[in-house]
Design a protein around this ligand. Structure first.
Ligand SMILES: [Zn+2]
Length: 254
């Protein structure tokens, strides 16, 4: 179904860009640098939305933006937290303001639709807030904006059929879905260990003092055994289908 090569917005020239993006969809992947257990690299949350943005750009003839590499903080019940080295983050207020300023300048271009694909769990509310506030100021005009975290597009039926002991997306951090997607997209970056955490944390609870061992196994919040490139490809293709359903109609609206 992919008919065109994905196009990078940043590789256009200033003289070309307005004509090139007029009436088109721009796609911005937003990730993070966060610990992902002993088996995955720090940039998982950037690599997955980046790959999805390239795929979507190719299919709908849109343009992808460079991945936004930094995120808001990792929390113990959804990302393992800051006790693990390697997580580089900014605070939510700075992140929201950064997104708003970037989007405001992007809005000077005559694109038709903006799609934001998030890959880091804790980013979501801040991305939505940035968009909502800008929208209230009229920055987007009549243009369509669609923002989502990639996991929100995975149907419950697929989860029930493929992940019988699914712990909830907050606890899928460095777990079977991210490990499988990475085995599909970047097998060279996945180490051989497959740690499991026997009791994934419950969503929506924060407790002090922190007890890292009860929340995770070396930064992994659920299980990784059973991960495979096959499962990763299935998931990637499924999310791609769902993305297209979400944005194509708006792209084609005249
Ligand atoms: Zn992640």
């Amino acid at each position: 179904m992919e008919s065109l090569a994905a196009k990078a917005l940043a590789e256009l020239t200033s003289a070309e860009i307005e004509r090139a993006v007029a009436g088109k969809t721009l796609i911005w992947p937003i990730g993070g640098i966060e610990q992902h257990g002993p088996h995955l690299p720090l940039n998982v949350d950037s690599l997955i939305p980046k790959a999805l943005s390239h795929r979507l750009a190719a299919i709908i003839d849109g343009f992808y933006l460079p991945v936004q590499p930094l995120s808001v903080r990792s929390l113990p019940q959804s990302g393992g937290g800051l006790i693990f080295p390697g997580t580089i983050y900014i605070d939510g207020g700075t992140f929201t303001r950064y997104l708003q300023r970037t989007l405001a300048s992007l809005c000077r271009l005559p694109f038709k639709q903006l799609v934001i694909i998030n890959g880091h769990y804790e980013n979501e509310a801040f991305i939505f807030e940035a968009i909502d506030e800008l929208s209230g100021n009229g920055a987007f005009g009549e243009r369509a904006v669609t923002a989502f975290s990639w996991w929100s597009l995975v149907p419950d039926a697929w989860i029930a059929a493929n992940l019988p002991d699914f712990p909830g997306w907050h606890a899928e951090h460095a777990g079977i879905t991210e490990t499988s997607l990475m085995l599909h997209l970047h097998p060279d970056l996945v180490r051989s260990e497959r740690p499991d955490h026997p009791s994934p944390p419950m969503a929506g609870i924060y407790r002090l003092p922190l007890d890292g061992d009860s929340a995770s196994t070396r930064g992994v919040l659920s299980r990784t055994s059973g991960s495979s490139a096959t499962l990763g490809k299935q998931l990637f293709d499924l999310v791609t289908e769902q993305m297209i359903a979400l944005v194509e109609r708006r792209q084609n609206d005249k």
